[in-house]
Design a protein around this ligand. Sequence first.
Ligand code: NAD
Ligand code: UGA
Length: 346
Amino acid sequence: MLIGASAPRPILTHMNDHHPTLRSNGPATPTSRRYLVTGAAGFIGSALARRLLDEGATVVGVDAYTTTYDVAEKRARTTSLLRRPRYEHVEGDLVDLPLAEILDGVETVFHLAGRPGVRPSFELEDLYRHDNVDATRRLLDAAVAAPSVRRVVYASSSSVYGDAPLPFRETRPTAPISPYGRTKLEAEEICLAANGPALETVALRYFTVYGPGQRPDMGLRRFAEAALAGQVVELLGDGSQSRDFTYVDDIVDATRSAADAPAAGLAINVGGGSRITLLGAFDILGELLERPLDLVFHPFARGDVRHTAADTSRARELLGFEPRVSFAEGYRREVDWLRSRIPVAA
Ligand code: NAD
Ligand code: UGA
C-alpha cells in the first residue's frame, strides 16, 4: 500500500489487528543500534530517520498520520524511508500503540511526534493536548519501564519562552503565550521529570525549522510557494517580526548528538543563529526568484511571538552544536526543493 513502483518490497507484519508494521526488505544487521523515532513521517522526524539509517542504525518509525496537513506528504516520506534497509514503520497513535513491544531492544527514543503550529492551537486545544501531552506521558511511562531504553530526546520548542527578553536562555523563566507553547512546555516537563537512574532525558528547544521538506503550513514555505505560483504573499503582521530560523540539517545534527552527550536532565536551545525579520526574508526570496514579491498585509496572528533568538551556549558546550547553514543558503535550498516539486507542463 505504501510502496513506490521501484522500491524494494516492504514486508507487512502486524503489531496487532489495528497497527500495521512495515519492514523494509534489506539485509539484517542484528548488531546495529536500534532507535525509535516518533513522528517519523513528519518533516524533521523523517530527516532524522534518514540520518540514523545513513549511520547504519536500525530505525523504528512511528507515526499516526494526523491530518494537520496533506497526509499524502507524510505517507510519501514513509515510502521513501521504506526503500532503505533497516527501516521499520509502525502506523498508529502513541496514545494507544503497544509501546512495550515497540520499545523492545530500542536504545534511544527520539520523540518528535506532536501537533505543531501555533496558530491553530487556539481552536483545537484538546487535540494539542492529546498529541503533545497525553502521547508524551504515555511514551515516557513506557520508556521508564523498558529495560533497553537508555535515553529519550524530546523535540521541544522555542514557543515555551513566549515573548521573553532576547536572547532566550534556558535558565530564564518560561512563559508560553499559546496553547501550543503550553502543551510543549508541559510535555517537556513530563520528559525532564522522568530523568533518573532508570532513564536519561533531554529536551531540545528547536527554533523555527526550515529547509527542504518543510511543513506546508509554515511561513517560509507558504511565502515561497505563493511567489513561485505568481500569487500574492499573505503576511500576518507588518513583517517586523523576526525568527532565529534553524536549518533542518543543523537540527538533525543537534538531535543526533543529544543521544550520547552529557546532557541528561536538561533543556537545551537549538537555534540556527540566522535571526532575520520576515521583511528581510522577503528580500532574500525576491532575489532568489529575481522578481519583486506582491505582499498583502493582515493583522498579526494570535499567539505569534514577535521575536525569537536562541542563546546556544549550552548546545555548543554540551552537544558540540555549530550551525552550518546560513539563512540565505538554507532558503535557497528550500526554494530549489519547492521548484523541483512543480509539475512540468506536458
Ligand atoms: P510534523 O507535523 O511534520 O511531524 C510531526 C509528526 O508527528 C506528524 O507526522 C504526525 O502525524 C505525528 N504525530 C502527531 N501526533 C501523533 C501521535 N499522537 N502519535 C503518533 N504520531 C503522531 O512536524 P515537524 O515540523 O516535523 O515537528 C516535529 C516536532 O518538532 C514536533 O513535536 C514539533 O512540535 C517540534 N518542533 C518543530 C519546530 C519546527 O519549526 N518545525 C520547531 C519547534 C519544535
Ligand atoms: C514554528 C513552528 O510552526 C512551530 O511548530 C514551532 O514550535 C515554532 O516554530 C518554534 O520555534 O518553536 P513559527 O515561528 O510561528 O512556529 O513559524 P511559522 O509558522 O513558519 O511562522 C513564522 C512567521 O510567519 C510568523 O510570524 C507567522 O505569523 C508568519 N506567517 C506564517 C505569515 O505571515 N503567513 C503565513 O502564511 C504563515
